[in-house]
Ligand binder design. Structure first.
Ligand SMILES: Nc1ncnc2c1ncn2[C@@H]1O[C@H](COP(=O)(O)OP(=O)(O)OP(=O)(O)O)[C@@H](O)[C@H]1O
Ligand SMILES: [Mg+2]
Length: 467
């Protein structure tokens, strides 16, 4: 039933048979829908696409050389959230399957009666309304729980957004700590792009990626002939970042002489290019990051204590993902939407079982690992929902050990314990084999049993599986 409020819902009917167009127009208009008709694909292509379209009802076989599925794709490109119903001739199941694959909501087999088509139309429009509502809510949630490109609803992340806003307006040096993949670089960018420096450069250097001997010339530049290979003079990254922000990733990897020079720049903004006598002055905000414990570096003498305190004027800590699990559904959804938008593919969702697994996993690689997991799952996923089978073994395994909680409905304690032991053992064996890519000798070593014992257990597993 068309909604009472707002404009009438608009339906486009495409068929090369005049009597079908006539019949459908009458039936649909009687129900209060606005109906447009077209006999040829060409008419659809040249339609005024500014005008809204809620649903298209398309004949699968149009004129020779034109087919409904190709036409559906044309419509999807111009008006992606249009719902579609395809009409097929009796018996063409393959085309019906192809139609559903191409994203049609449903199909009807000709000839059909008025009530039949009206039922499908009502359902298609209803589903589209729900879908739009989901999109609207999703956008709202994203807006509420995001800052710059960062997503998070956990108290830790909400606090972080607040902190970034405050830090952005100051020029104090920031030290971001957190495990690999927790979003340190993203936070650094958020600070820069929310500061008054946003139109000046944001320059990144990964201190772990440059050879130690080149650290100083990379950062501060060098004079011509300063060392072998320095054929011309070169500006360093501090000069490149003048007026903007320099992000020193893995700052713990700087060698002691570079640490000393960095300390001086932070103190008075001046430095010299390697092998040069002129003193240069720059206005650069430094944001440093580390996934190591710098305090430990100080104890072992690898990192200067005075530099540490100079860097950490504003300390920001990013908690690992396993300590803010409430962010997992939001992040997973964000990565899903992003990849599907990029590939113009079907809308994807996670089944509750898959989400459950994601929530239980420990995420040693943090947000980056979650991002990769989703992208990978989408590669394997042919339908519209990502289920447990699309997730990597280490994520599935972990839940397996939990699921064996109550194995059968028998109340016999010994039986239950036996079965749990067996299930846990199998889970571990499978995981060990996964990790060693099927190498049984190595797997046995990981498990702390002899190869013979492993072979024996494997034999038991396959026999059981066969029975
Ligand atoms: N809160 C978040 N919201 C959205 N995306 C995030 C978030 N945190 C991290 N990411 C994404 O996860 C990936 C890793 O983030 P980033 O590179 O900033 O981590 P990192 O802490 O610098 O990691 P590493 O120590 O390995 O360099 C990026 O693709 C980033 O976009
Ligand atoms: Mg990084």
């Amino acid at each position: 039933m068309p909604s009472d409020s707002g404009p009438r819902e608009r339906i486009l009917v495409v068929d090369d048979e005049e009597n079908v167009l006539h019949f459908l127009s009458r039936v649909l208009e009687d129900e209060g829908y606005a109906v447009e008709t077209a006999r040829r694909a060409e008419e659809v292509r040249s339609r005024d696409w500014e005008a809204p379209l809620d649903l298209a009802i398309i004949d699968l076989r149009l004129q020779p050389g034109e087919d409904g599925i190709a036409l559906l794709q044309v419509i999807r490109e111009r008006a992606p959230d249009t719902s579609a119903i395809l009409m097929t001739a009796y018996g063409s199941i393959e085309s019906a399957v192809a139609a559903m694959r191409a994203g049609a909501y449903d199909y009807v087999t000709k000839p059909f009666r008025a009530e039949e088509i009206l039922k499908v139309v009502t359902k298609a429009l209803e589903q589209r309304r729900l879908q739009r509502e989901v999109w609207r809510l999703r956008r709202e949630v994203e807006r509420r729980y995001s800052f710059a490109n960062l997503i998070g609803k956990s108290p830790a992340m909400q606090e972080l957004f607040h902190q970034i806003e405050q830090v952005a307006v100051s020029r104090g040096t920031v030290l971001i700590s957190g495990e690999s993949g927790t979003g340190k670089e993203l936070v650094a960018k958020a600070i820069h792009y929310n500061s008054l420096r946003r139109s000046a450069p944001f320059v990144v250097i990964d201190c772990a990626a440059i050879p130690e001997t080149l650290q100083e010339s990379e950062l501060f530049g060098h004079a011509k002939g300063a060392f072998t290979g320095a054929v011309t003079a070169k500006r360093g990254l501090f000069e490149e970042a003048d007026g903007g922000t320099l992000f020193l990733d893995e700052v713990g990897e700087l060698r002691p002489p570079t640490q000393a020079t960095l300390l001086r720049v932070l103190q008075d903004g001046t430095f010299r290019r390697v092998g040069d006598t002129r003193t240069l002055r720059v206005d650069v905000r430094v944001i440093a990051a580390t996934n190591k414990d710098l305090a430990e570096g100080i104890r072992t003498g690898r990192f200067r204590e005075d530099l540490y305190y100079r860097l950490k004027v504003v300390p920001i800590h990013l908690p690992p993902l396993r300590e803010r699990r409430e962010d997992i559904p939001l992040l997973a959804d964000h990565f899903l939407q992003r990849s599907t938008a990029r590939k113009h593919s079907e809308i994807h969702r996670l089944t509750p079982e898959a989400l459950d697994l994601l929530l239980r996993y420990t995420w040693p690689g943090n947000v980056r690992e979650l991002e990769n997991t989703i992208e990978r799952a989408l590669l394997f996923c042919e339908g519209e929902a990502i289920g447990p089978t699309h997730l990597p073994a280490e994520i599935r395994d972990r839940a397996e050990t939990i699921r064996v909680g109550l194995p059968s409905d028998s109340l016999c304690l010994r039986e239950a314990l036996d079965q749990m032991t067996r299930d846990t053992e199998r889970g571990l064996i499978r995981r060990a084999l996964d990790r060693t890519r099927g190498n049984r000798t190595q797997a046995a070593r990981l498990l702390g049993i002899s190869r013979r014992a492993l072979l024996y257990k494997l034999k038991g597993m396959t026999e059981k599986d066969q029975s």
